[in-house]
Write a protein that binds this ligand. Sequence first.
Ligand SMILES: Cc1cc2nc3c(=O)[nH]c(=O)nc-3n(C[C@H](O)[C@H](O)[C@H](O)COP(=O)(O)OP(=O)(O)OC[C@H]3O[C@@H](n4cnc5c(N)ncnc54)[C@H](O)[C@@H]3O)c2cc1C
Length: 486
Amino acid sequence: MRNMTEVDAIVIGAGPGGYHAAIRLGQLGKKVVCFDRDEVGGVCLNWGCIPTKALLHVGEVARHIREAGKIGLKVAAPEVDREGVAKFTESVVKANVGGVNQLFKANNVDFAYGEASFTGPKEVALKKRDGSTETYVAKDAVVIATGSAPVDVKAWPRDGETIINSDDAVQLKRIPKTMLVIGGGVIGLEFATVYTRMGAKVLVVEMMSQVLTGTDLEISKTMARILKKQGVEIALGTKLVSLEKTASGVKAVINGEFTNEKDETREFEVALVAVGRRPVTDNLNLAAAGLAVDERGFLAVDAQRKTVVDGIYAIGDVAGAPLLAHKAMKEGTVAAEAIAGDASSAYDPVAVPNCVYTDPEVATVGLSEEEAKAAGYELRIGKFPLLASGRARTMNESDGMIKLIGDAKTDLLLGMHIIAPQAESLIGEGVIALEMGATLEDIGLSIHPHPTLTESIMDAAEASHSKAIHVVNPKPKPVPVGAGAK
Ligand SMILES: Cc1cc2nc3c(=O)[nH]c(=O)nc-3n(C[C@H](O)[C@H](O)[C@H](O)COP(=O)(O)OP(=O)(O)OC[C@H]3O[C@@H](n4cnc5c(N)ncnc54)[C@H](O)[C@@H]3O)c2cc1C
Protein backbone atom coordinates (compact mmCIF):
# COMPACT_ATOMS: atom_id res chain seq x y z
CA MET A 1 0.00 0.00 0.00
CA ARG A 2 1.20 3.49 -0.86
CA ASN A 3 2.18 5.78 1.97
CA MET A 4 -0.77 8.11 2.54
CA THR A 5 -1.64 10.63 5.19
CA GLU A 6 -5.27 10.32 6.19
CA VAL A 7 -7.22 13.42 7.25
CA ASP A 8 -10.90 14.35 7.50
CA ALA A 9 -10.72 17.18 5.00
CA ILE A 10 -8.31 18.65 2.46
CA VAL A 11 -8.56 22.27 1.34
CA ILE A 12 -6.67 23.18 -1.84
CA GLY A 13 -5.85 26.90 -1.85
CA ALA A 14 -5.41 29.19 1.15
CA GLY A 15 -7.06 32.32 -0.27
CA PRO A 16 -10.06 33.87 1.51
CA GLY A 17 -12.29 30.97 0.45
CA GLY A 18 -9.81 28.26 1.41
CA TYR A 19 -8.67 29.74 4.71
CA HIS A 20 -12.27 30.31 5.82
CA ALA A 21 -13.16 26.70 4.97
CA ALA A 22 -10.06 25.34 6.71
CA ILE A 23 -10.49 27.40 9.89
CA ARG A 24 -14.20 26.59 10.17
CA LEU A 25 -13.45 22.88 9.65
CA GLY A 26 -10.84 23.12 12.40
CA GLN A 27 -13.36 24.85 14.68
CA LEU A 28 -15.82 22.02 14.01
CA GLY A 29 -13.28 19.47 15.18
CA LYS A 30 -12.19 18.14 11.80
CA LYS A 31 -8.61 17.05 11.12
CA VAL A 32 -7.93 19.39 8.23
CA VAL A 33 -4.97 20.13 6.01
CA CYS A 34 -4.73 23.15 3.72
CA PHE A 35 -2.33 23.40 0.77
CA ASP A 36 -1.09 26.37 -1.18
CA ARG A 37 1.78 26.70 -3.62
CA ASP A 38 2.17 30.30 -2.48
CA GLU A 39 1.70 32.33 0.72
CA VAL A 40 -1.53 31.89 2.69
CA GLY A 41 -4.13 34.56 1.97
CA GLY A 42 -4.24 33.94 -1.78
CA VAL A 43 -4.75 36.74 -4.27
CA CYS A 44 -6.78 38.75 -1.78
CA LEU A 45 -4.10 39.20 0.87
CA ASN A 46 -1.01 39.07 -1.35
CA TRP A 47 -1.92 40.61 -4.72
CA GLY A 48 -5.46 41.93 -4.60
CA CYS A 49 -7.75 43.44 -1.98
CA ILE A 50 -5.18 44.21 0.69
CA PRO A 51 -2.13 45.61 -1.18
CA THR A 52 -4.32 47.63 -3.58
CA LYS A 53 -6.23 49.18 -0.70
CA ALA A 54 -2.95 50.07 1.05
CA LEU A 55 -1.77 51.76 -2.18
CA LEU A 56 -5.12 53.52 -2.59
CA HIS A 57 -4.87 54.77 0.99
CA VAL A 58 -1.44 56.26 0.24
CA GLY A 59 -2.89 57.94 -2.85
CA GLU A 60 -5.80 59.30 -0.86
CA VAL A 61 -3.54 60.73 1.84
CA ALA A 62 -1.43 62.37 -0.90
CA ARG A 63 -4.60 63.89 -2.32
CA HIS A 64 -5.64 65.23 1.09
CA ILE A 65 -2.21 66.80 1.48
CA ARG A 66 -2.39 68.36 -2.00
CA GLU A 67 -5.82 69.76 -1.20
CA ALA A 68 -4.96 70.87 2.34
CA GLY A 69 -4.88 74.52 1.23
CA LYS A 70 -8.63 74.34 0.61
CA ILE A 71 -9.27 73.79 4.31
CA GLY A 72 -6.80 76.37 5.53
CA LEU A 73 -3.66 74.29 6.01
CA LYS A 74 -0.28 75.20 4.62
CA VAL A 75 1.49 71.94 3.81
CA ALA A 76 4.34 71.20 1.43
CA ALA A 77 3.37 69.14 -1.65
CA PRO A 78 3.74 65.40 -1.01
CA GLU A 79 6.56 63.49 -2.66
CA VAL A 80 6.06 59.79 -3.38
CA ASP A 81 8.89 57.59 -2.09
CA ARG A 82 8.10 54.39 -4.02
CA GLU A 83 10.33 52.29 -1.76
CA GLY A 84 8.67 53.70 1.35
CA VAL A 85 5.26 52.97 -0.15
CA ALA A 86 6.38 49.42 -1.01
CA LYS A 87 7.58 48.93 2.57
CA PHE A 88 4.20 50.06 3.89
CA THR A 89 2.18 47.78 1.59
CA GLU A 90 4.50 44.85 2.30
CA SER A 91 4.12 45.36 6.04
CA VAL A 92 0.32 45.43 5.71
CA VAL A 93 0.36 42.23 3.62
CA LYS A 94 2.77 40.54 6.02
CA ALA A 95 0.64 41.37 9.04
CA ASN A 96 -2.46 39.94 7.37
CA VAL A 97 -0.69 36.79 6.18
CA GLY A 98 0.81 36.33 9.66
CA GLY A 99 -2.68 36.68 11.14
CA VAL A 100 -4.04 33.83 9.00
CA ASN A 101 -1.05 31.63 9.89
CA GLN A 102 -1.74 32.24 13.57
CA LEU A 103 -5.44 31.43 13.09
CA PHE A 104 -4.47 28.19 11.34
CA LYS A 105 -2.38 27.19 14.35
CA ALA A 106 -5.06 28.24 16.84
CA ASN A 107 -7.69 26.18 15.01
CA ASN A 108 -5.52 23.09 14.40
CA VAL A 109 -5.29 23.59 10.65
CA ASP A 110 -2.19 21.93 9.20
CA PHE A 111 -0.80 24.07 6.40
CA ALA A 112 1.65 22.79 3.79
CA TYR A 113 3.26 24.57 0.84
CA GLY A 114 3.00 22.79 -2.47
CA GLU A 115 1.22 22.21 -5.76
CA ALA A 116 -1.81 19.97 -5.23
CA SER A 117 -3.35 17.67 -7.82
CA PHE A 118 -5.96 14.92 -7.66
CA THR A 119 -4.94 11.30 -7.90
CA GLY A 120 -8.48 10.12 -7.08
CA PRO A 121 -11.80 11.64 -5.95
CA LYS A 122 -10.65 12.12 -2.37
CA GLU A 123 -6.95 11.60 -2.92
CA VAL A 124 -4.56 14.50 -3.47
CA ALA A 125 -0.83 14.47 -4.24
CA LEU A 126 1.14 17.41 -2.91
CA LYS A 127 4.32 18.29 -4.78
CA LYS A 128 6.36 20.07 -2.16
CA ARG A 129 8.90 22.84 -2.60
CA ASP A 130 11.78 20.39 -1.96
CA GLY A 131 10.62 18.31 -4.95
CA SER A 132 9.18 15.45 -2.89
CA THR A 133 5.57 14.34 -3.20
CA GLU A 134 3.24 13.32 -0.41
CA THR A 135 -0.21 11.83 -0.93
CA TYR A 136 -3.18 12.65 1.26
CA VAL A 137 -6.57 11.00 1.46
CA ALA A 138 -9.66 12.74 2.85
CA LYS A 139 -12.22 10.72 4.80
CA ASP A 140 -14.94 13.37 4.43
CA ALA A 141 -14.22 15.88 1.71
CA VAL A 142 -11.89 17.85 -0.52
CA VAL A 143 -12.54 21.58 -0.98
CA ILE A 144 -11.22 23.19 -4.17
CA ALA A 145 -10.44 26.87 -3.54
CA THR A 146 -7.85 27.55 -6.23
CA GLY A 147 -9.14 30.99 -7.17
CA SER A 148 -8.43 32.93 -10.31
CA ALA A 149 -5.60 34.62 -12.22
CA PRO A 150 -5.39 37.62 -14.56
CA VAL A 151 -6.34 36.99 -18.18
CA ASP A 152 -3.22 37.48 -20.29
CA VAL A 153 -3.79 38.59 -23.88
CA LYS A 154 -1.44 36.94 -26.37
CA ALA A 155 -1.31 39.99 -28.63
CA TRP A 156 -0.03 42.12 -25.74
CA PRO A 157 2.58 39.86 -24.10
CA ARG A 158 3.26 40.68 -20.46
CA ASP A 159 6.86 41.46 -19.52
CA GLY A 160 6.14 42.76 -16.03
CA GLU A 161 7.83 46.10 -16.74
CA THR A 162 6.12 47.87 -19.63
CA ILE A 163 3.20 45.55 -20.34
CA ILE A 164 1.93 44.53 -16.95
CA ASN A 165 -1.00 42.87 -15.20
CA SER A 166 -2.49 43.57 -11.77
CA ASP A 167 0.11 41.37 -10.01
CA ASP A 168 2.87 43.59 -11.43
CA ALA A 169 0.94 46.80 -10.80
CA VAL A 170 0.84 46.22 -7.02
CA GLN A 171 4.60 45.99 -6.87
CA LEU A 172 5.79 48.34 -9.61
CA LYS A 173 9.12 49.77 -8.52
CA ARG A 174 8.62 53.17 -10.17
CA ILE A 175 5.80 55.58 -10.89
CA PRO A 176 5.48 55.94 -14.66
CA LYS A 177 4.80 59.41 -16.06
CA THR A 178 2.18 57.98 -18.41
CA MET A 179 0.08 54.83 -18.12
CA LEU A 180 -2.45 53.12 -20.37
CA VAL A 181 -5.05 51.08 -18.53
CA ILE A 182 -6.78 48.56 -20.78
CA GLY A 183 -10.19 47.85 -19.24
CA GLY A 184 -12.48 50.16 -17.27
CA GLY A 185 -13.65 47.54 -14.77
CA VAL A 186 -13.03 47.52 -11.02
CA ILE A 187 -9.34 46.58 -11.22
CA GLY A 188 -8.64 49.05 -14.06
CA LEU A 189 -10.27 51.97 -12.25
CA GLU A 190 -8.62 51.18 -8.92
CA PHE A 191 -5.16 51.19 -10.49
CA ALA A 192 -6.03 54.29 -12.55
CA THR A 193 -6.81 55.95 -9.21
CA VAL A 194 -3.63 54.67 -7.52
CA TYR A 195 -1.29 55.83 -10.26
CA THR A 196 -3.07 59.16 -10.94
CA ARG A 197 -2.82 59.96 -7.25
CA MET A 198 0.89 59.15 -7.35
CA GLY A 199 1.47 61.50 -10.27
CA ALA A 200 0.99 59.46 -13.48
CA LYS A 201 -1.10 60.68 -16.42
CA VAL A 202 -3.52 57.82 -17.03
CA LEU A 203 -5.73 56.91 -20.00
CA VAL A 204 -8.35 54.19 -19.46
CA VAL A 205 -9.55 52.48 -22.64
CA GLU A 206 -12.87 50.65 -22.33
CA MET A 207 -14.61 49.10 -25.31
CA MET A 208 -18.04 49.14 -23.66
CA SER A 209 -20.03 52.38 -23.48
CA GLN A 210 -19.68 52.69 -19.69
CA VAL A 211 -17.05 52.09 -17.03
CA LEU A 212 -17.83 49.39 -14.44
CA THR A 213 -20.05 47.49 -16.86
CA GLY A 214 -23.15 46.14 -15.14
CA THR A 215 -23.20 48.94 -12.56
CA ASP A 216 -26.23 51.26 -12.42
CA LEU A 217 -25.74 53.54 -15.43
CA GLU A 218 -26.23 56.81 -13.55
CA ILE A 219 -23.71 55.72 -10.91
CA SER A 220 -21.24 54.64 -13.59
CA LYS A 221 -21.60 57.94 -15.47
CA THR A 222 -21.25 59.96 -12.26
CA MET A 223 -18.09 58.08 -11.30
CA ALA A 224 -16.60 58.53 -14.78
CA ARG A 225 -17.27 62.28 -14.52
CA ILE A 226 -15.58 62.42 -11.09
CA LEU A 227 -12.54 60.50 -12.36
CA LYS A 228 -12.23 62.81 -15.37
CA LYS A 229 -12.35 65.80 -13.02
CA GLN A 230 -9.45 64.19 -11.17
CA GLY A 231 -7.43 64.06 -14.37
CA VAL A 232 -8.04 60.46 -15.51
CA GLU A 233 -8.75 60.30 -19.24
CA ILE A 234 -11.46 57.78 -20.07
CA ALA A 235 -12.01 56.50 -23.60
CA LEU A 236 -15.39 54.75 -23.70
CA GLY A 237 -16.65 52.71 -26.65
CA THR A 238 -13.04 52.52 -27.76
CA LYS A 239 -10.85 49.56 -28.63
CA LEU A 240 -7.16 48.98 -28.37
CA VAL A 241 -6.23 48.17 -31.97
CA SER A 242 -2.57 47.38 -31.32
CA LEU A 243 0.06 47.61 -28.64
CA GLU A 244 3.75 47.55 -29.44
CA LYS A 245 6.77 47.80 -27.22
CA THR A 246 9.16 50.71 -27.93
CA ALA A 247 12.50 51.77 -26.46
CA SER A 248 10.72 54.00 -23.93
CA GLY A 249 7.56 52.01 -23.24
CA VAL A 250 4.63 51.16 -25.50
CA LYS A 251 2.94 52.56 -28.56
CA ALA A 252 -0.83 52.05 -28.59
CA VAL A 253 -3.30 52.53 -31.40
CA ILE A 254 -6.86 53.12 -30.22
CA ASN A 255 -10.05 53.55 -32.21
CA GLY A 256 -13.66 54.25 -31.24
CA GLU A 257 -16.05 56.88 -29.92
CA PHE A 258 -13.21 58.65 -28.12
CA THR A 259 -11.20 59.07 -31.35
CA ASN A 260 -14.19 59.77 -33.64
CA GLU A 261 -13.81 56.24 -35.00
CA LYS A 262 -10.30 57.00 -36.33
CA ASP A 263 -7.02 55.29 -35.43
CA GLU A 264 -5.12 57.38 -32.91
CA THR A 265 -1.57 56.57 -31.80
CA ARG A 266 -0.42 57.31 -28.28
CA GLU A 267 2.78 56.49 -26.38
CA PHE A 268 2.92 55.43 -22.72
CA GLU A 269 5.65 54.32 -20.34
CA VAL A 270 3.50 51.44 -19.08
CA ALA A 271 0.38 49.57 -20.21
CA LEU A 272 -1.71 47.71 -17.64
CA VAL A 273 -3.84 44.90 -19.02
CA ALA A 274 -6.94 44.67 -16.80
CA VAL A 275 -9.40 42.81 -19.01
CA GLY A 276 -10.60 40.17 -16.57
CA ARG A 277 -9.70 37.07 -14.61
CA ARG A 278 -9.90 33.35 -15.32
CA PRO A 279 -10.50 30.47 -12.91
CA VAL A 280 -7.41 28.44 -11.94
CA THR A 281 -7.72 24.68 -12.38
CA ASP A 282 -4.72 24.06 -14.67
CA ASN A 283 -2.64 21.75 -12.52
CA LEU A 284 -5.39 20.08 -10.51
CA ASN A 285 -5.82 16.98 -12.69
CA LEU A 286 -9.58 17.27 -12.25
CA ALA A 287 -10.17 14.22 -14.45
CA ALA A 288 -8.72 11.97 -11.73
CA ALA A 289 -11.46 13.23 -9.44
CA GLY A 290 -14.13 12.73 -12.08
CA LEU A 291 -14.64 16.48 -12.46
CA ALA A 292 -14.77 18.79 -15.47
CA VAL A 293 -15.08 22.57 -15.76
CA ASP A 294 -17.89 24.35 -17.60
CA GLU A 295 -17.42 26.20 -20.90
CA ARG A 296 -16.02 29.24 -19.05
CA GLY A 297 -13.61 27.22 -16.93
CA PHE A 298 -15.58 27.32 -13.66
CA LEU A 299 -16.69 24.41 -11.47
CA ALA A 300 -20.45 24.04 -11.10
CA VAL A 301 -21.72 23.80 -7.51
CA ASP A 302 -24.99 23.56 -5.57
CA ALA A 303 -26.14 25.74 -2.66
CA GLN A 304 -23.80 23.93 -0.24
CA ARG A 305 -20.95 24.32 -2.75
CA LYS A 306 -20.90 20.59 -3.57
CA THR A 307 -19.69 19.71 -7.03
CA VAL A 308 -21.20 16.86 -9.02
CA VAL A 309 -18.74 14.45 -7.38
CA ASP A 310 -19.72 13.28 -3.91
CA GLY A 311 -17.39 14.71 -1.26
CA ILE A 312 -15.80 17.36 -3.48
CA TYR A 313 -16.68 21.00 -2.92
CA ALA A 314 -15.64 24.14 -4.81
CA ILE A 315 -15.69 27.68 -3.43
CA GLY A 316 -14.54 31.19 -4.30
CA ASP A 317 -13.49 32.46 -7.71
CA VAL A 318 -13.10 28.94 -9.13
CA ALA A 319 -16.82 28.36 -8.48
CA GLY A 320 -17.95 31.37 -10.50
CA ALA A 321 -19.04 35.00 -10.27
CA PRO A 322 -19.03 37.32 -8.49
CA LEU A 323 -15.25 37.06 -8.13
CA LEU A 324 -15.12 38.71 -4.73
CA ALA A 325 -13.32 37.86 -1.52
CA HIS A 326 -16.37 38.20 0.74
CA LYS A 327 -18.34 35.82 -1.50
CA ALA A 328 -15.44 33.31 -1.30
CA MET A 329 -15.30 33.68 2.49
CA LYS A 330 -19.02 32.99 2.95
CA GLU A 331 -18.82 29.98 0.64
CA GLY A 332 -15.86 28.65 2.63
CA THR A 333 -17.88 28.75 5.84
CA VAL A 334 -20.95 27.23 4.17
CA ALA A 335 -18.94 24.35 2.65
CA ALA A 336 -17.16 23.61 5.96
CA GLU A 337 -20.44 23.46 7.87
CA ALA A 338 -22.00 21.26 5.19
CA ILE A 339 -19.01 18.90 5.41
CA ALA A 340 -19.42 18.77 9.19
CA GLY A 341 -23.02 17.62 8.68
CA ASP A 342 -25.06 20.83 8.97
CA ALA A 343 -27.83 20.20 6.43
CA SER A 344 -29.14 23.76 6.83
CA SER A 345 -25.89 25.37 5.75
CA ALA A 346 -26.40 27.09 2.37
CA TYR A 347 -25.03 29.93 0.29
CA ASP A 348 -28.20 31.89 -0.33
CA PRO A 349 -27.62 35.65 -0.07
CA VAL A 350 -30.31 38.11 -1.14
CA ALA A 351 -27.53 40.15 -2.72
CA VAL A 352 -23.75 40.42 -2.63
CA PRO A 353 -22.27 43.92 -2.26
CA ASN A 354 -19.67 45.14 -4.70
CA CYS A 355 -17.19 47.88 -3.89
CA VAL A 356 -14.80 49.86 -6.05
CA TYR A 357 -12.10 51.65 -4.10
CA THR A 358 -11.75 54.69 -6.32
CA ASP A 359 -11.61 58.04 -4.54
CA PRO A 360 -14.45 58.51 -3.63
CA GLU A 361 -15.46 54.87 -3.52
CA VAL A 362 -18.39 53.25 -5.30
CA ALA A 363 -20.45 50.62 -3.50
CA THR A 364 -23.54 48.86 -4.71
CA VAL A 365 -25.82 46.09 -3.57
CA GLY A 366 -28.94 44.66 -5.17
CA LEU A 367 -30.51 45.71 -8.44
CA SER A 368 -29.50 48.65 -10.58
CA GLU A 369 -32.20 50.85 -12.08
CA GLU A 370 -31.72 49.07 -15.43
CA GLU A 371 -31.90 45.60 -13.87
CA ALA A 372 -34.98 46.45 -11.81
CA LYS A 373 -36.74 47.82 -14.91
CA ALA A 374 -35.78 44.75 -16.93
CA ALA A 375 -37.18 42.56 -14.14
CA GLY A 376 -40.55 44.28 -14.60
CA TYR A 377 -40.66 46.35 -11.42
CA GLU A 378 -42.41 49.67 -11.30
CA LEU A 379 -39.76 51.79 -9.64
CA ARG A 380 -39.65 54.17 -6.74
CA ILE A 381 -36.28 55.88 -6.74
CA GLY A 382 -34.75 58.05 -4.05
CA LYS A 383 -31.59 60.08 -4.60
CA PHE A 384 -29.49 62.32 -2.46
CA PRO A 385 -26.46 64.28 -3.69
CA LEU A 386 -23.50 64.52 -1.29
CA LEU A 387 -23.43 68.20 -2.16
CA ALA A 388 -26.42 68.53 0.19
CA SER A 389 -24.78 66.59 3.04
CA GLY A 390 -23.54 68.69 5.95
CA ARG A 391 -21.06 65.97 6.94
CA ALA A 392 -19.67 65.71 3.41
CA ARG A 393 -19.12 69.49 3.42
CA THR A 394 -17.26 69.35 6.73
CA MET A 395 -14.98 66.77 5.11
CA ASN A 396 -14.63 68.90 1.96
CA GLU A 397 -15.77 65.77 0.06
CA SER A 398 -19.02 66.69 -1.66
CA ASP A 399 -18.62 64.68 -4.86
CA GLY A 400 -20.96 61.71 -4.84
CA MET A 401 -24.51 60.52 -4.39
CA ILE A 402 -26.81 57.96 -2.84
CA LYS A 403 -29.37 56.23 -5.02
CA LEU A 404 -32.01 53.85 -3.72
CA ILE A 405 -34.09 51.67 -5.99
CA GLY A 406 -37.41 50.47 -4.59
CA ASP A 407 -40.43 48.55 -5.75
CA ALA A 408 -43.24 51.14 -6.11
CA LYS A 409 -45.89 48.51 -5.34
CA THR A 410 -44.48 47.10 -2.10
CA ASP A 411 -42.00 49.88 -1.21
CA LEU A 412 -39.35 47.14 -0.68
CA LEU A 413 -35.75 48.18 -1.22
CA LEU A 414 -34.34 46.52 -4.35
CA GLY A 415 -30.94 48.14 -4.60
CA MET A 416 -28.61 50.66 -2.96
CA HIS A 417 -25.90 52.51 -4.87
CA ILE A 418 -23.41 54.85 -3.27
CA ILE A 419 -20.59 57.09 -4.42
CA ALA A 420 -19.03 58.61 -1.31
CA PRO A 421 -15.96 58.50 0.89
CA GLN A 422 -16.03 55.12 2.66
CA ALA A 423 -18.95 53.98 0.51
CA GLU A 424 -17.67 50.44 1.13
CA SER A 425 -18.60 50.81 4.79
CA LEU A 426 -21.85 52.71 4.19
CA ILE A 427 -23.14 49.92 1.92
CA GLY A 428 -23.38 47.64 4.97
CA GLU A 429 -26.68 49.41 5.68
CA GLY A 430 -27.98 48.34 2.25
CA VAL A 431 -26.87 44.74 2.80
CA ILE A 432 -28.74 44.49 6.10
CA ALA A 433 -31.78 46.32 4.68
CA LEU A 434 -32.01 43.90 1.74
CA GLU A 435 -31.44 40.81 3.88
CA MET A 436 -34.09 41.96 6.39
CA GLY A 437 -36.59 42.93 3.69
CA ALA A 438 -36.66 46.63 4.61
CA THR A 439 -38.85 49.11 2.78
CA LEU A 440 -37.76 52.58 1.73
CA GLU A 441 -40.10 53.87 4.41
CA ASP A 442 -38.29 51.76 7.07
CA ILE A 443 -34.98 53.33 6.06
CA GLY A 444 -36.46 56.84 6.05
CA LEU A 445 -38.08 56.32 9.46
CA SER A 446 -34.90 55.06 11.13
CA ILE A 447 -33.16 57.86 12.98
CA HIS A 448 -29.61 58.13 11.67
CA PRO A 449 -26.91 60.00 13.59
CA HIS A 450 -26.10 63.57 12.57
CA PRO A 451 -23.84 64.73 11.06
CA THR A 452 -22.83 61.58 9.21
CA LEU A 453 -22.72 60.28 5.69
CA THR A 454 -25.16 57.50 6.67
CA GLU A 455 -27.92 60.05 7.16
CA SER A 456 -27.71 60.69 3.42
CA ILE A 457 -29.10 57.16 2.99
CA MET A 458 -32.06 58.16 5.18
CA ASP A 459 -32.38 61.39 3.16
CA ALA A 460 -32.44 59.39 -0.10
CA ALA A 461 -35.15 57.12 1.34
CA GLU A 462 -37.17 60.15 2.39
CA ALA A 463 -36.66 61.67 -1.07
CA SER A 464 -38.16 58.53 -2.60
CA HIS A 465 -41.40 59.48 -0.81
CA SER A 466 -40.99 63.19 -1.61
CA LYS A 467 -40.40 63.85 2.10
CA ALA A 468 -36.73 64.88 2.06
CA ILE A 469 -35.87 67.96 4.08
CA HIS A 470 -32.35 68.63 2.81
CA VAL A 471 -33.10 68.58 -0.93
CA VAL A 472 -35.95 69.88 -3.01
CA ASN A 473 -38.29 66.94 -3.48
CA PRO A 474 -39.24 65.61 -6.86
CA LYS A 475 -42.95 66.08 -7.50
CA PRO A 476 -44.74 63.02 -6.05
CA LYS A 477 -46.27 60.64 -8.55
CA PRO A 478 -50.05 60.57 -8.24
CA VAL A 479 -51.02 57.53 -6.13
CA PRO A 480 -53.89 55.51 -7.62
CA VAL A 481 -56.90 55.37 -5.32
CA GLY A 482 -56.82 52.22 -3.17
CA ALA A 483 -53.09 51.49 -3.79
CA GLY A 484 -51.60 49.71 -0.76
CA ALA A 485 -48.12 51.17 -0.60
CA LYS A 486 -47.49 54.82 0.20
C1 LIG B 1 -6.02 43.75 -7.93
C2 LIG B 1 -7.18 43.05 -7.28
C3 LIG B 1 -7.94 43.70 -6.32
C4 LIG B 1 -9.00 43.05 -5.71
N1 LIG B 1 -9.72 43.73 -4.78
C5 LIG B 1 -10.78 43.14 -4.20
C6 LIG B 1 -11.54 43.82 -3.20
O1 LIG B 1 -11.25 44.95 -2.84
N2 LIG B 1 -12.58 43.17 -2.64
C7 LIG B 1 -12.93 41.89 -3.02
O2 LIG B 1 -13.91 41.35 -2.49
N3 LIG B 1 -12.22 41.23 -3.95
C8 LIG B 1 -11.16 41.82 -4.54
N4 LIG B 1 -10.43 41.13 -5.46
C9 LIG B 1 -10.84 39.75 -5.80
C10 LIG B 1 -10.36 38.78 -4.72
O3 LIG B 1 -8.97 38.89 -4.56
C11 LIG B 1 -10.75 37.37 -5.09
O4 LIG B 1 -12.14 37.33 -5.33
C12 LIG B 1 -10.42 36.40 -3.96
O5 LIG B 1 -9.04 36.41 -3.69
C13 LIG B 1 -10.86 34.99 -4.33
O6 LIG B 1 -10.55 34.13 -3.30
P1 LIG B 1 -10.32 32.56 -3.53
O7 LIG B 1 -10.16 31.99 -2.17
O8 LIG B 1 -11.37 32.03 -4.39
O9 LIG B 1 -8.98 32.43 -4.36
P2 LIG B 1 -7.57 33.13 -4.38
O10 LIG B 1 -7.49 34.28 -3.48
O11 LIG B 1 -7.27 33.33 -5.83
O12 LIG B 1 -6.62 32.01 -3.77
C14 LIG B 1 -6.42 30.79 -4.42
C15 LIG B 1 -5.16 30.18 -3.89
O13 LIG B 1 -5.04 28.86 -4.43
C16 LIG B 1 -3.69 28.57 -4.69
N5 LIG B 1 -3.63 27.50 -5.68
C17 LIG B 1 -4.15 27.49 -6.94
N6 LIG B 1 -3.94 26.28 -7.52
C18 LIG B 1 -3.27 25.54 -6.60
C19 LIG B 1 -2.78 24.19 -6.61
N7 LIG B 1 -2.95 23.39 -7.65
N8 LIG B 1 -2.12 23.75 -5.51
C20 LIG B 1 -1.94 24.56 -4.43
N9 LIG B 1 -2.39 25.82 -4.38
C21 LIG B 1 -3.06 26.29 -5.44
C22 LIG B 1 -3.13 29.90 -5.18
O14 LIG B 1 -1.73 29.96 -4.98
C23 LIG B 1 -3.88 30.90 -4.31
O15 LIG B 1 -3.15 31.26 -3.17
C24 LIG B 1 -9.33 41.74 -6.07
C25 LIG B 1 -8.55 41.05 -7.01
C26 LIG B 1 -7.49 41.69 -7.61
C27 LIG B 1 -6.66 40.95 -8.62
